[in-house]
Design a binder for this molecule. Structure first.
Ligand code: DQA
Length: 154
């Protein structure tokens, strides 16, 4: 069971960008945090980061039949990318959206979360810990799905 973690536009600037909002830890720190959490939860993860919408769409398309779940922080794309929303819907892989900051308490243009419409859960305002919560929630969801499949076999 392998998860795909996608970090979108400007997430590579963590530790440099708006530290009062996103904290002082770097993107590399975030990747280490995700990898450590995944190990603790006995899950395999691949982490992908891109500033390009099309690359994110392609990565999601290629996830079809390859990954059991997707955890995505699209960055600003969350607020307007119908292309990423469509890609998530197309592959129909359980997905969770994560935001480091609490976007609901921020500017009006951040109030619409387009891509999260394809996600069964959206976590925001918890910093790095939001990724841990997402990994644990995804593990639970996939465990329940497997249980349902094996029940059908009985
Ligand atoms: C973000 C929130 C977005 O509104 C913003 O554009 C980002 C980061 C977050 O993780 O809090 O780039 O996705």
């Amino acid at each position: 069971m392998k998860l795909l973690i996608i970090n979108g536009v400007n997430l590579n600037m963590l530790g440099i960008r708006e530290k009062e909002i996103y904290g002082a830890n770097s993107y590399r720190d975030l990747c280490e945090y995700i990898n450590t959490t995944a190990e603790q939860e006995n899950l395999k993860v691949d982490i992908f980061c891109s500033n390009y919408e099309g690359e994110i769409v392609e990565k999601i398309q290629k996830a079809y039949r390859k990954y059991a779940g997707i955890i995505i922080n699209p960055g600003a794309y969350s607020h307007y990318s119908i292309a990423i929303l469509d890609a998530l819907r197309a592959v129909d892989i359980p997905a969770i959206e994560v935001h480091l900051s609490d976007v609901k308490k921020r500017e009006s243009y951040r109030q619409v979360l387009v891509t999260s419409e394809a996600c069964f859960l959206t976590i925001m305002g918890k910093g790095f810990a939001g990724y841990k919560e997402a990994i644990i929630a995804m593990k639970k969801k996939l465990g329940e799905e497997n249980e349902n499949i094996s029940k059908k076999d009985r």
